[in-house]
Design a protein around this ligand. Sequence first.
Ligand SMILES: [Zn+2]
Ligand SMILES: [Zn+2]
Length: 135
Amino acid sequence: MTKLTGKCLCGEISFEADGDVPVMANCHCTACRQSTGSAYATLMFMKQGDVKITGTPKTYQHKSDAGNTMTKHFCGTCGTPLFTQNSAREGMLGLRAGVINEDAEFAPKVNVYTSSKMKATVLDDGIPAFEKMPG
Ligand SMILES: [Zn+2]
Ligand SMILES: [Zn+2]
């Protein structure tokens, strides 16, 4: 895996990540749509220890529909969404793929929560799609 780098719009928060990315997904759930302001969230989950963050993102916590505690990390100055954590994925950090410089490294393997996708979103038939979160 290539080393991943990225930063928020204003540059106050930046990161370097080096390690395996066991989960790459597009999430179409309502919370991801709201927290990113996008049609869906692009996620690369890595071990938290593999991601070195410079600067201090603000955080916001909420409960997922499965009852897990979700923590969103974003820049307090420019508002860019950068990272997300799910209490059900202890020790993992989800990077918002849209902020990485090495964008060719993002190859989503799955679409999740397609039951709440926007009508305009066209899904890639070449990867599995799940109405909710699988398994
Ligand atoms: Zn910023
Ligand atoms: Zn989601």
